[in-house]
Design a protein. Sequence first.
Length: 383
Amino acid sequence: KGNVGSQFNYTEGQDITNILQQNSKILYHATYDLLSIGHSKIIVHENPVDLLIVYSEVPLFEEVWKTSNRRKVRMADVVLANKGAPYGYRGCRYMHLVSVHPDTDAFKFTAYRANYPLDWKLSKEEMDKDPILKACKVNMLACIDGGIVDTCWRERVQWVGDLRMSAKAIKALTNDTKIVAFALHQIADSFDPDSGLVMGAWPCRTPAYDLKMPMYHLAFCLTAMEYDPSLLFDEKVKYVVETSMEIWRKKYYKNGFISGVPGWMFVDWDFTNEEVSGRSASTETAHAILNAWWYELCTLKKEESGIHLRAYDNIFKSAKAYSISQKGKPNIHATSCAISSGITNSKDCFDFLVAQKWNGNIFKQVTAYFGYFVVDAFAKFDP
């Protein structure tokens, strides 16, 4: 609870979040932690004064806009005095009800969970007794929300790379056949035939928003193939996968490698290596992970990749590991993807990953999202 103010003025058309930031010390507010509810529906009942609803990742209202990243997440709704309204929850863990009214106990709202009805392969008892399965279940229930989103907090965006991980979990743990197909169909709508890519996140800010991410386009194609290798479940998805592969062969296949694909070369959030986060990775030169996933996609499609495997090793491999770029530093992400994709079966690379596990680097440099590929690489040698 906060009891720190008197009043503020609002003119129609003003940015609500700017007003809140400027007046955060002269408002009354009550904060609610919706962790146990996950993504939810909110019904705000009739209240005696105008009420603002602010969503954030932090419990203290005064810290909602403290960092530049938080200021990018501008989520707020308004309910006029003596009126009520239903809302689909906008994401984030905390909900702040803000007003000039000093009695925050007078605010009335109802929040309830609305889960997608997944058909689980295992019983509730079996799922609940295994902490990993229980975590997967809770995560899926939270992230299936009008598609398959990356998180029920903050952005709540359908990132294509995250979709691949969720699709694998849904296929392994449920009998559901609809939600992954629905998400793939949505993303197929973003296909740009000039570049041969879908957008890295979709639906996005506006239909014209340009967010090309080469690795995530391959993630889209791989998700579709892993869901149904025949691609018969959706003609639009089939068209995008096959047409984009034709475009890539014509525009980006050069001298035995895929290169020159435009966009953000994001792999993972490793802040020790800007090549991994895509901040310094070149789109013009060959990229080890891009080519490994292209090789994996062509393998699933039973088509020739055109990748020169000996040249791949000569360019990206040094000592016992692969690098992201030519003659770069040995890298956990590149090495894991080389093994996971099947482009190499080098025991030396496996030994490198084992060493990175024991020295703690895997846990410092790899997120839970990308951890799948590390585990998959381990499983290739130690099922």
